[in-house]
Ligand binder design. Sequence first.
Ligand SMILES: Cc1ncc(COP(=O)(O)O)c(C=O)c1O
Length: 409
Amino acid sequence: MTYLFPNPVASPAKAAFLSNAARKNGPYPEAFKAVLSQAGYSRAAGVISSWVGYAPTPLASLSTLAAELGVACIHYKDEGERFGLGSFKALGGAYAVFRLLAAELRRRHGSVDEAALAAGQMRGLAKDITVCCATDGNHGRSVAWGARMFGARAVIFIHANVSEKRAEAIRSYGAKVVRTSGNYDDSVREADRTATANGWFVVSDTSYPGYTDVPRDVMQGYAVMVAEALGALDAPPTHVFIQAGVGGLAAAVIAHLWEVYGTDMPTVVIVEPDKAACLYESALAGHPTTVIGDLDTIMAGMACGEPSVIAWPILQGGASAFMTLPDDMAVSTMQLLASGKAGATIVGGESGVAGLAGLIVAATQPDWRQTLGVDRTSRVLLFGSEGDTDPDLYARIVGRTGDAVRAGA
Ligand SMILES: Cc1ncc(COP(=O)(O)O)c(C=O)c1O
């Protein structure tokens, strides 16, 4: 077994909190603009908003919970309906497939009509290109969906713990699904090996040395979600709790907030499952760190043991704190959102609710609350990154199906 970052550590199995001493003050660093920038966001927004079915996702107000937690407001950006795929990942993988196909078709044919490609009118040329990726579920669904939209082929690698329901959802977009042994990080390596052997193109949501362009495009697609949220708010957020697996989503959120608000950017807290806390461990160590084990959290989208190499510097520079949570916090938060008692009735999936779970823990622990400056004036923004992407698991956890919860909303 090779690890990206050597000397892997076992992840702590408890809720934990760490202030980020390495956070940089000052404006968004020029060096980070090669990874994520407003220019990159504008390009992504132009393409993504041209796709059939594009609509900003709703921003719900959790007013009852805000009063209970002693903050001014809590806004929850609900990605459950994003392009009918169930998660924010629809923005990233599919956009990276688009960018990859545009580059490859340009290389093969000298030029490419990007508007025609985006509209699915270049299928005749795209069908000779195969994209592939490893996934916990949501990213693979996005890559498969993007490949179908633009006419390319897709092969998606899933690891042992990915549920059959998630595999079925990926197949429904016409992709071939290959199950690998081991955990998510093993499936990343398997996808890479197979792609090299077959002349396929890897569209990964995580980056590693020598492979950074595609994951950068994935992350840039996520910024569309952040911009939509900021556009829908009356006033800038003071705090953002954002869940993380490899850190791509959190880096996209931080980069966008940092470039838009500069030194006034909100306090951002990175939230991870305690069983897969590679970013928490990286912050503790001061450098990217691998965590080992089967990473068997119910927060499947966040079951990652190795940080994304291009996301990590942005997280280290821009996050105010890192925290980890046990699975039962995700469970109780899903149930709270389904009950409507937070102020809105929302179908939030296991990974989707993790930022909110982090807020609930941090706002109710006096020392964490104080360290983060959470008080009655705090305006908290959360990203509900998925709905019931595994409908059976959702129904088991909440006691009702996602459809039943939505019908009662
Ligand atoms: C629903 C959901 N939330 C959060 C994440 C974490 O994103 P990242 O791996 O970019 O940190 C994922 C990743 O798959 C996800 O599917």
